[in-house]
Design a protein around this ligand. Structure first.
Ligand SMILES: *Cc1c(COP(=O)(O)O)cnc(C)c1O
Length: 228
C-alpha cells in the first residue's frame, strides 16, 4: 500500500509535470492537502513529509484535529460551505477561507476575525459551471463581490476559487478553468491585488494548471478514498 509520503511525492511530481507541460515554473502552483474525513495522524504524516497547508470542510472536525495537532506549524484552509453560525469559529481558527459567495458571510468573518491575528485570507467562490445546485456566486457578480470584500478591514482578498461540475469537464476540461482565469484577469484590470486562483482537485488538476491555477486542492489523490 502506498504511504502518504510516497503519494505526496507522486503528487508533487504530477503538479510539476503539469506546470512543465504548459511552460509554467514548477513553484507556480501550491498544493493544499484536503484532510477532511482523515484523522490527525494522516495530517501528521503529511506534515512530516514537508506538507504545511491543509484544507477542511467541517468546522467541528477541523477544530478537533487542530487540538490534536497543536504545536505543529500548520496552515489551515476552510474550503467547505459556510453557514452563518459557523463564521466565528472559522474566523478564529483558520488562515484562509476559500468559499466566500455572499457579502453577508464575508462581513461576519471580518467582524469576528480576532485583532491579534493577521487578516484572514479569502477567495471568492465562483460558479463557473452555471448549475443552479452548485455553490458560488454567478460570474457576472464576481467583480462587484470582490470589490466589496476587498474593502473589509480584517479580510485580505487573495483571489477566486471554483469547483467545476464534472459534466462540464467532459466536453472541454479546460473551459470552466478558462472562465475562472478570465474573471481573475478582470479583477486585476480593476485594480484588485489578487494572486490566487484556487482550482483543480485530484481528477482535474492538469486542466486547472493549464489555465493558470495557483493552488490545487487534493484530498483522495493523497490520503486515499473517502468513506462518506
Ligand atoms: C473535498 C474537496 C476537495 C478534494 O477533493 P478530491 O477529489 O478528494 O481531491 C477539494 N476542494 C473542495 C472544496 C472539497 O470539498
Amino acid at each position: 500500500m502506498a504511504t502518504i509520503p510516497h503519494k505526496l511525492n507522486l503528487l508533487r511530481e504530477r503538479i510539476d509535470a503539469a506546470c512543465n507541460a504548459v511552460g509554467r515554473p514548477e513553484n507556480a502552483v501550491e498544493l493544499l492537502a484536503v484532510s477532511k474525513t482523515f484523522d490527525a495522524d494522516a495530517v501528521r504524516q503529511a506534515h512530516a513529509a514537508g506538507q504545511r497547508a491543509f484544507g477542511e470542510n467541517y468546522l467541528q472536525e477541523a477544530l478537533d484535529k487542530q487540538a490534536q495537532l497543536a504545536g505543529l506549524d500548520l496552515e489551515w484552509h476552510f474550503i467547505g460551505p459556510i453557514q452563518s453560525n459557523k463564521t466565528r469559529g472559522i474566523a478564529e481558527n483558520f488562515h484562509w477561507v476559500h468559499g466566500i459567495e455572499r457579502l453577508k458571510i464575508a462581513r461576519r468573518l471580518s467582524e469576528q476575525r480576532p485583532e491579534e491575528l493577521a487578516p484572514l485570507n479569502v477567495c471568492v467562490q465562483v460558479n463557473v459551471s452555471g448549475e443552479a445546485s452548485k455553490s458560488g456566486c454567478a460570474p457576472a457578480e464576481a467583480l462587484a463581490l470582490c470589490v466589496a470584500v476587498a474593502q473589509l478591514p480584517r479580510l485580505r482578498l487573495r483571489g477566486l476559487m471554483a469547483i467545476p461540475a464534472p459534466s462540464a469537464a467532459a466536453e472541454d476540461p479546460r473551459l470552466p478553468f478558462r472562465v475562472l482565469r478570465e474573471l481573475f484577469e478582470s479583477l486585476r484590470r480593476a485594480g484588485l491585488e489578487v494572486d490566487t486562483i484556487s482550482a483543480g482537485m485530484s481528477d482535474d488538476l492538469e486542466a486547472a494548471i493549464a489555465e493558470g491555477s495557483t493552488l490545487v486542492r487534493v484530498g483522495s489523490g493523497l490520503f486515499g478514498k473517502r468513506t462518506p
